[in-house]
Ligand binder design. Structure first.
Ligand code: NAD
Ligand code: TYD
Length: 365
């Protein structure tokens, strides 16, 4: 039986992971440790909190005594480390938090794990570190996708901080023998994604008749994966992966940003123009007036150091651990849209605070 400590479990991917795991392994225990930054939201875990096998702890991964207490008190044998500052644009405007949480925070978890597990002779442990394809830098149009052997070349403070944390995790395996695994995943989308990231931002801005900001020419390419397919990969790695290994996770699903935005415009146009009830709920949206929301697209100044293309080669995970994503982009994006339509309360609350300030400051004001 596993006793998991899930850091950052109140964020987008972490919350989805908690539901995935509780559903698949009902006998396991999960403790979430989350500092509830602007990106973390305890209501993401509302359903999980009804489960007696689940516990939420409000705290910071930088707090080593707290982490050590949790490892001992809950007899934790598996850490799944999602907690991070995760938004590239924020890292450009203020890198300090990224250094603190992503690098120092990860090192704090590693130190606590070494002390409570290794130094006490506890061999049945796993430290799984969640990372990103952004550590590999950028690809040209004809380059082969990133493999686990691609040299690290991070271009944003976010990517650099994640790269540093990956190196620390690797070093704790090589030097001290900590049972670590690392996964580097491509861009995720799905329920609970904070609406500063491209897909939720575009969905919500269409509903409120706000501009759809496309950085530069919009031809930058990302490799999109539905969040549960990321977590399915993490599950396989935790259960069957080899300590010390890194695994890429991706679904071979490359899209230019402008094409994704056009697709979401089409899908929302289809939905609102064919459903008077929905159109009434979102009267400001062009789609409710039979106008394709593409009219809201605005090309804005490009992101500094903007990576042109990411693409993941998940061959190792597919061949060695029998991985395959369950969702196509078609099914995943429709699921995501439906979730946003069905959970207006979730995101509407965010429009009152940091989301609104962010949008007004960066794109409108
Ligand atoms: P997110 O920003 O939605 O959530 C991050 C969570 O971490 C929040 O709940 C936040 O409160 C918590 N947190 C932040 N600092 C903390 C601290 N010091 N102590 C404790 N908790 C803290 O992020 P996400 O998109 O869910 O990403 C999760 C992980 O997956 C990150 O490590 C990210 O680098 C990685 N990743 C994300 C993507 C993506 O597309 N979103 C892709 C690949 C990898
Ligand atoms: P984002 O969701 O921030 O993820 P990441 O930077 O980690 O890939 O952005 C995805 C892509 O969309 C990226 O190329 C930047 C671009 N983008 C826009 O063009 N406009 C936006 O408003 C946002 C948030 C992102």
């Amino acid at each position: 039986m596993k006793h998991l400590l899930v850091t950052g479990g109140a964020g987008f991917i972490g919350a989805n992971f908690v539901y995935y795991w509780l559903n698949k392994y009902p006998e396991d225990h999960i403790v979430v440790l989350d500092a509830l930054t602007y990106a973390g939201n305890r209501t993401n875990l509302l359903e999980a909190e009804k489960n007696p096998k689940f516990e939420f702890v409000h705290g910071n991964i930088l707090d080593q005594p707290l982490v050590e207490t949790l490892l001992k008190k809950h007899n934790i044998n598996t850490i799944v480390h999602f907690a991070a500052e995760s938004h590239v644009d924020r890292s450009i405007h203020g890198p300090d938090e990224f250094i603190n949480t992503n690098i120092v925070g990860t090192h704090t978890l590693l130190k606590a794990s070494k002390k409570i597990w290794l130094d006490q002779g506890r061999t049945d442990h796993r430290f799984h570190h969640i990372s990103t394809d952004e550590v590999y830098g950028t690809l040209g149009p004809n380059d082969l996708p990133f493999t686990e052997k691609t040299a690290y070349a991070p271009n944003s403070p976010y990517a650099a901080s994640k790269a540093a944390s990956d190196h620390l995790v690797r070093a704790y395996h090589e030097t001290y023998g900590l049972n670590t695994t690392i996964s580097n995943c491509s861009n995720n989308y799905g329920p609970f994604q904070f609406p500063e990231k491209l897909i939720p931002l575009v969905i919500i801005n269409i509903l409120f008749n706000k501009p759809l900001p496309i950085y530069g020419d919009g031809k930058q390419i990302r490799d999109w994966l539905y969040v549960d397919d990321h977590n399915r990969g993490v599950d396989l790695i935790i259960k069957k992966g080899t300590p010390g290994q890194t695994y890429n996770i991706g679904g071979s699903n490359e899209w230019a940003n402008i094409d994704i935005v056009n697709l979401i415009c089409e899908l929302i146009f289809e939905k609102l123009s064919g459903d008077p009830g929905l159109a009434e709920r979102f009267p400001d949206s062009p789609a409710s007036k039979n106008i394709n929301p593409k009219v809201l697209i605005e090309h804005v100044k490009d992101r500094a150091g903007h990576d042109r293309r990411y693409a993941i080669d998940a061959g190792q995970l597919i061949k060695k651990l029998d991985y395959s994503p369950a969702e196509s982009f078609e099914t995943g994006i429709r699921k995501t849209l439906n979730w946003f339509f069905e959970n207006e309360m979730w995101w509407n609350r965010l429009l009152d605070d940091s989301y609104k300030c962010w949008i007004e400051k960066n794109y409108i004001g």
